[in-house]
Design a protein around this ligand. Structure first.
Ligand code: GLU
Length: 311
């Protein structure tokens, strides 16, 4: 990994390799890339491949190839979360030692959307092993949340607040099936990679207070967050692999890059033509990038993007 210790800005793109890169994820990659590069910062790529049945090495390789085709060159080595399990176990262990975790065997149905803490005060018969593993009946590990609001100022969406116990409840850091939860891994890795700025889609805005809280518990340096609008399909749903967003066509990246810039409110005077190199488009975009000009909306309809190549 590039040593980011000297950098004042370290950004990252952290895709889950469940399928090839699509237009929505290109917008995310581009936003974090442009913000990092316009600050003279480091830009890292991390594969969030913690869910073996859903992730594939092929998808990870396709994503990296697409990033290269679109000129989004990252610094250092790609970090794969599947190789970081010991670190997640060790952070979990630290939290367990501080009595911040408890085992929970409630079903998803019983837990509801806001977990009311059924297992919070149960005697903990099966504490974590030294390696973070638990034995016996399958159970999730939840972290206790405080009875207070977490507040932060998002660099795009403005002031945010969330009351963790009233709006989220104690949340899962290790799932019943033994997998480490996204919320834990993302925090451990953002700290490990010394990320200073997270620029990502607005669908993760709601997760941010949980992540800020975990950073507090693990004593890591606070991060600045910026959540850009996500691209929505005709049904108003975020473009994603689940909504069958089509894979990007890397053969003529100029038009797709123009469309992605347009989604971020960075409108080149003319759509870039096939003859313009991807690198010169990105140089133009870095020079003209303004995070403050990104709309503070949660979604942008794909159909409002003029240069989006038709699917
Ligand atoms: N892996 C997550 C996703 O693909 C993004 C995580 C993040 O940026 O914090 O939605």
């Amino acid at each position: 990994m590039t040593d980011p210790t000297a950098a004042v800005y370290v950004g990252r793109f952290a895709p889950s390799p469940t399928g090839p890169l699509h237009f929505g994820s290109l917008v995310s990659a581009l936003a974090s890339y442009l913000d990092a590069r316009s600050h003279g910062g480091v830009w890292l790529v991390r594969m969030e491949d913690l869910d073996p049945p859903r992730n594939s090495r092929k998808a990870a390789d396709q994503i990296l190839q697409a990033l290269s085709d679109f000129g989004l060159t990252w610094d250092g080595e790609v970090l794969y979360q599947s190789r970081r399990l010991d670190s997640y176990a060790s952070s979990l262990h630290t939290l367990a030692e501080e009595n911040l975790l408890y085992a929970c065997s409630c079903s998803r149905k019983k837990s509801g959307k806001i977990y009311p803490g059924f297992c919070r005060d149960k005697p903990q018969a099966k504490p974590l092993d030294a390696d973070g593993a638990e034995k016996g009946t399958p159970h999730a590990m939840r972290v206790r949340v405080p009875d207070r609001e977490i507040t932060f100022t998002d660099l795009i969406q403005g002031d945010q607040r969330q009351h963790l116990s009233k709006q989220v409840g104690d949340f899962i850091l290790k799932r019943k099936d033994g997998l480490f939860a996204y919320q834990l891994a993302v925090v451990v890795d953002d700290a490990y990679q010394q990320i200073t700025h997270v620029v990502r889609g607005s669908d993760l805005l709601d997760s941010t207070p949980r992540q800020i809280y975990l950073h507090e518990l693990l004593h890591s340096t606070p991060i600045r967050y910026a959540h850009h609008p996500v691209i929505a399909n005709a049904q108003g749903n975020k473009l994603s692999k689940q909504t069958f967003a089509t894979a990007l066509d890397s053969r003529a990246p100029q038009r797709t890059l123009t469309a992605a810039l347009e989604a971020l409110n960075l409108n080149p005077p003319e759509p870039f033509l096939r003859s313009t190199s991807v690198d010169s488009i990105l140089q133009w975009a870095i020079a003209n990038w303004r995070l403050g000009a990104v709309p503070s909306r949660k979604t942008i309809p794909a159909k409002s993007i003029r240069y989006l190549p038709s699917e």
